[in-house]
Design a protein. Structure first.
Length: 319
């Protein structure tokens, strides 16, 4: 009997050793793959620019990284949409507006990093595009907390999100100050905003005026997007005129090819065309705007407002 038990124990031990060896080989293979993948792909094409920026280098984007970040952004939007479906959260123009304080917070934290207020390696979380992910996580946590507190009441949730966002803005301002106010001529910046902003609003009014049916999306969201992108292009123009360097490879290409005025016009046209094409293309899908469509609009709003506020605050504070 003892012999049989011993034999069974030895057999189980051998199987255990075999499975352990196989598991170890699989884990080592995965580890080596991740190391090779990081050294040959992730670091040179994605991480190196972020780390360089965090250490005080130029950083910036390349065409490949922009493509990868775009794919990741779309995947994140899909995940957030599914999360909002589970939470039964309504996404509309009021929701997008409620995100504005958090967008300002993210931009100010980016300026704090530019000003050296956050030391390495902690400043990596304030580097683009990681800061977008960090702010998105903070927003989701804030929404969930407010949803629990207010028992799913949409208006109360949005008030809580706005209040929380404003608190984060105050924290970022406290972190940023004291700052030195840069004395430069802002008249061109103001003129750019008034000129391009007015043209954008007029085009949106014409689009809705000559449209036989009502707009699928509230006109306010398109006005916000146009304003955000006009702020971005105006801040970029002011920055380039005062010696600041653009980091986006596509923006650099446009500025070198067409000059700063040509860059501004093309970026403005891109924002307007996006609003027009998005409005007419999404009409063929659903009668009511979907959460995914609203989140795409919110993303486009963020892509204009966040860098616009960051550039404006950098110039304003001389960072």
């Amino acid at each position: 009997m003892k012999y049989i038990l011993r034999k069974l124990w030895i057999s189980k031990l051998r199987k255990y050793k075999t499975s352990s060896i196989i598991t170890a080989i699989i884990l080592m293979s995965i580890f080596l793959f991740l190391v090779i993948f990081y050294n040959q792909f992730t670091y040179p094409y994605l991480a190196s620019d972020i780390i360089s920026d965090a250490k005080g280098g130029h950083g910036g984007y390349n065409v490949f990284s922009i493509g990868i970040y775009t794919v990741i952004a779309v995947c994140i939007i899909v995940l957030i949409k599914n999360l909002f479906v589970r939470w039964d959260l309504k996404v509309d123009d009021k929701f997008v507006v409620a995100l504005t304080p958090f967008i300002i917070f993210g931009s100010l934290m980016r300026v704090c990093e530019d000003a050296g207020k956050i030391s390495y390696p902690y400043n990596i979380i304030a580097i683009s595009p990681i800061i977008y992910l960090v702010v998105a996580i903070i927003i989701l946590i804030t929404i969930k907390i407010n949803k629990i507190m207010f028992d799913g009441e949409q208006s109360e949730i949005l008030r809580g999100v706005v209040s929380s966002g404003c608190l984060f803005v105050v924290i970022s301002i406290i972190t940023l100050f004291p700052i030195k106010i840069l004395s430069i001529d802002y008249s061109g910046f103001v003129l750019d905003i008034l000129c391009f902003g007015s043209i954008g609003v007029i085009l949106l009014l014409i689009m809705s005026k000559f449209n036989h049916d009502n707009l699928k999306f509230n006109r306010n969201i398109y006005t916000l997007i146009i304003f955000a992108w006009v702020l971005d292009l105006s801040a970029t123009s002011l920055g380039v005129e005062n010696g600041y360097m653009e980091k986006n490879v596509l923006s650099i290409l446009l500025i070198n090819q067409f000059g700063i005025l040509g860059f501004m016009i093309e970026k403005f046209i891109l924002a307007v065309l996006f609003c027009i094409i998005f409005e007419y293309k999404t009409r063929t899908t659903e009668d009511e705007p979907t959460k995914f469509e609203w989140l795409i609009l919110a993303g486009f709003y963020v892509l204009g407002l966040a860098p616009g506020i960051r550039d404006m605050m950098r110039i304003f504070s001389g960072v």
